[in-house]
Structures are given as C-alpha cells and as structure tokens.
Design a protein around this ligand. Sequence first.
Ligand code: B12
Length: 212
Amino acid sequence: MLDYEALKEAMGDLEEDVVLEIMNKVMEDGGEQAGQAMKACQEGMNIVGERFATQEYFVSDLIFSGELMNEAMDIIRPALLKSTGESMGKMILCTVEGDLHDIGKNIVKAMLEASGFSVIDLGIDVKPSDIVRTAKEEGITIIGLSGVLTLAIDAMKATVEAFKDAGMRQDVKIIIGGAPVNQAVCDVVGADSWAVNPADTIKMCREWSHAA
Ligand code: B12
C-alpha cells in the first residue's frame, strides 16, 4: 500500500533513498499505484518550489529535485505507460518561450505516446512562430503548451495570438498545462483547454482527435 504522504514529504525533503525505495515498492506491488505515486512526487516538487521561494532551498536543490524526479519516474515508467495500440494522429508539444522546465512536459509526452499520439516535441524555450510554422508545415491541429514560470502565461498567450495572426486559430485546438495553469489562466491565454495531469490531457486530446 502506497504511503502517499510519506512519498510527498520525502520528495519535498529531497530524501533520495526514501523516494527511490517507495517507487521500487510500488513496482514490486504490481505497479497499480504508479499514477498516485507520480501525483505524490509532483506535490513533493511543489514543496521544493515553496522552499526555494522562501530561500530555504537554493538553485542546486532545484537541480537535484529535477534529477530525483526523473530517477523516480524512470522506475515507474513501465507501469505508467500501458500502450493502447491505437493510432491517434500527430500533435505538437513543447515548453513555451522563456521557460526551460521540461520534466512535466516529458512525462505528458511519454503518456500521450503510449496513448497512441505521435508527438512532435519541439523542446523547451520555443518561439510562437516556430510552433505556428510546424503546425502549418505538418498540418497539425492539436497543440500542447507547457510552462511552469509565471512568465510562461504571457508566452502561451503570445502563441495563441500568433495562431490568430496566421489566420489559423480556428484550425487548431490548444491545450495548456503546467503548475500555474487553471481555468482563469486558460481564459486569459485564450486556449481551448487546460490540464495539470497527464490523464486529463490524454482525455481531452483523444476527444479532439476523434472529433477531427
Ligand atoms: C525542478 C525545477 C527546476 C529545474 C527544472 C529542471 C527541468 N529539466 O525541468 C531547474 C533547476 C532547471 C529550474 C530552473 C529555474 N527555476 Co524552477 N522549479 C523547479 C520545480 C521545483 C519543479 C518543477 C517540476 O518539474 N515539477 C514536477 C512536474 C512533474 O510537474 P509539472 O511541471 O507541473 O507537470 C505536470 C502537470 O503540470 C502537467 N503538464 C506539464 N506540462 C504540460 C503540458 C500540457 C499541454 C498539459 C495539458 C499538461 C502538462 O503534467 C505534468 C505531470 O503531471 C518548480 C516548483 C513547482 N511547483 O513547479 C520550480 C519553479 C517552477 N522554478 C522557479 C524558478 C524561479 C526557477 C529559476 C528562475 C531559478 C533560477 N534562479 O535560476 C530557473 C528558471 C529557468 C527558466 N528560464 O525556465 C519558480 C517559478 C516562479 C514563478 N512564479 O515564475 C518555481 C515555481 C519555484 C518557486 N516556487 O520559486 N527549476
């Protein structure tokens, strides 16, 4: 049985041994709780963020937390990625301009791929014009924008505007995600939807793909 709070706290405290031990236990138990374990780690990363904001942690701790999160995800990845065998078409995913965070994006990418999407990952710090150009060249209608910095909200909005300026806004569905995203942010950005976990992301993108 997963001790959700213990995992969340261990991640927040950056206790590598404890985090990895719990993740290994999740897999030994059959992997059913991998999704919950991922959520606990994500909440633990929020604790890291809070401690960084109050100067209890430093940039080196942020860097270490990123490495620990990746290590933890590597252990449970096989349980998270249950391939559906379906083909859902292509979509674009990237972290928006000015933002270099990609741990969440990479998790979402892996889970979208397991769900049948062929994901064109444009990487981090991606300019609106590059996203619009790729969508045009590849004929892509689903766009996922990731960002965890507050300034990512401006970059997401600029990306939506770039699609409008190119006369393509009606042709694409845009979903945004990342820690600061909620309905109010979605309204400001002018995106079609938002999500802060891979399950909701996949559900929305699959609906759009089926409707296309
Ligand atoms: C790890 C980390 C780093 C690492 C990132 C490593 C990497 N390769 O990504 C490093 C050390 C590089 C880093 C750097 C910086 N960071 Co930092 N970082 C974090 C931290 C602790 C965790 C982020 C994370 O990985 N979370 C875990 C993942 C799994 O969660 P997630 O990203 O939210 O993703 C999930 C969902 O949101 C969703 N999702 C994600 N993407 C998408 C996309 C779509 C389309 C959808 C639908 C869903 C979706 O699914 C994911 C899985 O469930 C956060 C704190 C926080 N609360 O987020 C601070 C935080 C984001 N960082 C912060 C800061 C200030 C910085 C720096 C400026 C520090 C500095 N002085 O240099 C730099 C900025 C560099 C830049 N220009 O981007 C601040 C941002 C403040 C703000 N309001 O803007 C935060 C909030 C910490 C804080 N409280 O102060 N950081």
